[in-house]
Ligand binder design. Structure first.
Ligand SMILES: [Zn+2]
Length: 258
């Protein structure tokens, strides 16, 4: 999460807020979606994940009961739920925690806080192993070997693995980039640091959390930021708490706070 100053040619005119082309793998190297799966698993394995996830939710309901909250609708609206003597959906008893703890290998009370999808995944793996199967093999889509995509032509994957990004050209100009995405320019190119510092302290500079005058660096802070080269978006220090990275780099030499 950061912004940084790049030295690019004065004529550099890549569109603002658009990821530099050298950072994106070309379309011809993108594989086709697998025709037989969504994300690398067989439909049987997808069903197992669904069932295991529901089992985790049954355990999580213990926490909901303790908090006096209703059952999750996915459970409450199940087509054939267990019923109690008054023909209402029977909410699970606490012995479900022992079962799920045995399957996930985690603390018995864990599901009463939050088990989540990784808990469901652990349950699924345990079930596959209990069946005497290898979770690295069973349930993996045979068409794509678990990739979720297939090569457009033989050797495409190797070619994509060998692909390397290219940096933008270097030059005499100064330009502000964001590197939260792969990296894109967010300011015009200026021939000198002073121009960029003026821009960064003006209303023209809006990006991410920078929305109002109060979020922008002063001209002096911006100039120090440019000299320092780069700044993380947020920096936490014992004396200042969390401040914007630009502010931190701008202030760290003299310690004043704007
Ligand atoms: Zn597949």
């Amino acid at each position: 999460m950061s912004r940084e100053v790049r030295r690019v040619p004065l004529t550099f005119d890549w569109p603002l807020r658009q990821v530099w082309q050298g950072y994106l793998m070309p379309e011809r190297l993108r594989e086709d979606p697998c025709p037989d799966c969504e994300r690398g698993y067989t439909a049987a394995a997808e069903w197992l994940h669904t069932v295991a996830g529901r089992l985790g939710m049954v355990a999580e309901d213990i926490g909901e009961q303790r908090r006096g909250r209703p059952m999750h609708p996915w459970l409450a609206e199940d087509g054939y739920p267990p019923l109690n003597r008054t023909h209402r959906v029977a909410r699970p008893t606490e012995d479900i925690l022992d079962l799920v703890a045995g399957l996930t290998g985690e603390d018995r009370e864990r599901p009463t806080h939050w088990l989540g999808s990784t808990g469901g995944g652990r349950i699924a793996v345990k079930i596959v192993k209990a069946a005497g199967l290898d979770p690295e093999v069973w349930g993996i889509c045979p068409t794509c070997q678990g990739h979720g995509t297939v090569e457009k032509y033989p050797g495409q994957r190797a070619e994509a693995d060998a692909w390397e990004w290219t940096e933008p050209p270097e030059g005499d100009g100064f330009q502000l980039w964001e590197t939260v995405s792969e990296g894109s320019p967010i300011s015009p190119v200026f021939p000198a640091p002073e121009g960029l510092a003026s821009w960064m302290s003006s209303p023209a500079y809006t990006w991410g959390a920078v929305k109002t005058d109060a979020d922008r660096p002063t001209y002096e802070a911006a100039l120090r930021f440019i000299d320092a080269g780069w700044a993380p978006t947020f920096v936490s220090t014992p004396t200042t708490g969390v401040v914007s990275g630009v502010e931190w780099v701008g202030n760290r030499e003299d310690g004043e706070t704007r």
